[in-house]
Design a protein around this ligand. Sequence first.
Ligand SMILES: O=P(O)(O)OC[C@H]1O[C@](O)(CO)[C@@H](O)[C@@H]1O
Length: 548
Amino acid sequence: MKNINPIDTNAWKSLQKHFYEIKDVHMRDLFFQDNERFNKFSINFNNQILVDFSKNRITSDTLKKLLMLAREIDLTNSIRSMFNGEKINRTENRAVLHTALRSDSSSIMYNNKDIMTDIKKMLAKVKFFSELVINGSWKGCTGKSITDVVNIGIGGSDLGPSMVVKVLGFYKNHLNMHFVSNIDGSHISSVFKKINPETTLFLIVSKTFTTQETITNANTAKSWMAKHLKKNNFIERHFIAISANVKNVIDFGISLENTFIFWDWVGGRYSLWSSVGLSISLAIGFDNFICLLSGARSMDHHYLNTDLDKNIPVILALIGIWYNNFFLSETEAIFPYDQNMRRFPAFLQQTNMESNGKNVDRNGYSVRWQTGPIVWGEPGTNGQHAFYQLLHQGTKLIPCDFIASICPNGHHFMNHHIQLLSNFFSQTQALAFGKFKKNTEKKLDNVKNGIHKSFDVSLYKMFEGNRPSNSILLYKINPYNLGSLIALYEHKVFTQGIIFNIFTFDQWGVELGKNLAKDVSLSLNDNSKVIKYDSSTNGLINFYKFLR
Ligand SMILES: O=P(O)(O)OC[C@H]1O[C@](O)(CO)[C@@H](O)[C@@H]1O
């Protein structure tokens, strides 16, 4: 992997020049000039996912220059380095091998060990255990089968599995799934109200098994279960751990037998493919979990083996860089036209922002270019009635990804689906092409200080357009296609991290807040006045102590 600063490349300079040439060109003209634009700027992924990137402020020349950037940065070799298990997460001295978790290779060597053997064992254990719980043979300590599963975890130990379980609600079996992440006691207490301790299984998911939120919630769950069940073996029958830290798991009281391990080469936010996906396997069955992995694998193959100019994650990453680094857009929006995908933007927020929210390059210098964007989003059509006004007529340029499926996701109300899709198709059209000002609009009288002044209302009804979007249209939201879609975004983020010349797979930026919270928590133990922090923090804590 080469540690080249993007701004030092010839391609960057050429893109900078090109930007000034085409920044005011309107998509209306680009489409008008080229009937083949859609065919040129869309990729069909196995007849299952169509990615249309034609509604972007790009020309063939733009793409050529962006691809030159990828080549100059030596992206292809960086991709190989990741798949080959090189220790590309250098600040933590680790490989990044979540792709191995969904691989069909017979062997992948890491640290002189074939990790495929461990992965296969892990998957066999997930399969065996999921089947026991789903078919009712796994009994709680009072002899009853499990009805409810509570996943306790946060960040990557929550967002991925909870998102997948929600998106694939249509595939769900009889088990009721709950996810507790927040340390706010209202989260776990709201779940306690819904479950029966005798028939509930807790999955404690934490790579480090030190995360304050997860350990606090896990201890609360343990005390709650002890109080209600009054049986010595309640932990053995009701608590499962998923972690890379076996020692802490054992100290917590969970046996090795009830522990699903994963490894330091799996990043938290890339871990749903590992035993962290146990809740997925429990909710939709192991076979569907395997379909999810297979779908991701098909995207891995595409990413690893397809030329850069036809490579979906690469193209989307480069277009993202075009807006982030040349148009200087600050944010990027994700709009799934699918209510079950409502947590997909939140999941991608962590994937993207925890990965590429960095300001030091791989050579140890402060970056002099923008790195990862702010990612946000909501499902359509709800967003249309909330914030799309700003997308259409605001002063900010916000590139958007619109995601939808041809088949409805988990219902048979075709009239709803047709209307949903008509909005999906219309919004990107409105954003791209806008609406010309009509001179025929009626003028209104504006009365100010008694003086009549007429003004042109049509100005307010004008849509300038030229607002970019990608449309991602899936045949169906099934486990396989969802796996491909998630992997697509993972690889997009990796590609951008390589071009930004940053380390995508660490997350030191979350440490300071965590450590301060530990210290502050000690200061909250008594009622004495606090003076050790800055005046703002002292003032806030003392006000809290005064009124609590
Ligand atoms: O699985 P763990 O170790 O509890 O960590 C949870 C999350 O916390 C983070 O470290 C950030 O605080 C994420 O990267 C991770 O997904």
